[in-house]
Design a protein around this ligand. Structure first.
Ligand SMILES: O=C(O)CCC(=O)C(=O)O
Length: 212
């Protein structure tokens, strides 16, 4: 674990906690390795939006449930809609790391059953959206960032509300919960060539959720 001096930076909206440099380099490398194992079973692909567009980030999932999007809409499924096979199990390194990251926060009891993994090649982004396909909005979304740095946008509760940008870097964690659980958010841009991890081009976000 890294320094804790920046654990609670000022002026983030209530319910958003940015844990800067919380993951040691060898932990980040292990999470990348585990992600590659997941992707051998459920490969990354560019999901379709409900309206027929295509996400520029590639996605896959692990855990009991996975989030997916296609012509049928946005939803959690217990099997990969592309193959009909169950999503790969959540790697132990994912759950162990999450437990360590959340120890000492008021979210130490968070028990996700899903992890949506986004891979952003250079140039990819994610438009402002709300995460609202989960059953219980009292449960947070916790994201671990790996690889290239990115501008994470935090908006309001209407898409048109002003957003602020937060630089997220490899080894950071971000908790979105409480009053901020349903804020619009997205990824404005990836900073090409900034991944400190030799086995990762672009950016990975491991987004832990409680789907049910
Ligand atoms: O990549 C990120 O940090 C954000 C991902 C995101 O907003 C999502 O998966 O809903």
């Amino acid at each position: 674990m890294g320094p804790i001096a920046d654990l609670f930076p000022a002026n983030l909206p209530s319910g958003i906690v940015h844990l800067k440099s919380i993951l040691a380099k060898d932990t980040q490398d292990e999470l990348v390795r585990a992600t590659k194992q997941v992707a051998k079973i459920a490969e990354f692909s560019h999901a379709r939006t409900k309206s027929g567009g295509i996400y520029s980030a590639e996605m896959t999932n692990c855990g009991e449930f996975g989030w997916w999007s296609d012509a049928k809409g946005y939803r959690y499924t217990d099997a990969d809609p592309r193959s009909g096979q169950p999503w790969p199990k959540m790697p132990k390194s994912f759950s162990d790391t999450l437990t360590r990251v959340l120890a000492g926060t008021d979210r130490s009891d968070f028990g996700p059953d899903a992890c949506l993994i986004n891979h952003y090649p250079d140039g990819a982004k994610m438009g402002l959206h709300q995460d609202k396909d989960e059953a219980d909005f009292s449960q947070p979304i916790v994201t671990l960032s790996l690889g290239a740095s990115a501008d994470f946008l935090i908006g309001g509760f209407d898409r048109s509300d002003k957003s602020i940008k937060l630089l997220v870097e490899s080894g950071d964690a971000l908790i979105m919960g409480g009053e901020s659980r349903l804020r619009f958010h997205g990824i404005r841009k990836i900073y090409p060539g900034t991944s400190p991890l030799s086995d990762l081009d672009g950016r990975l976000s491991l987004t832990f959720r409680k789907a049910t």
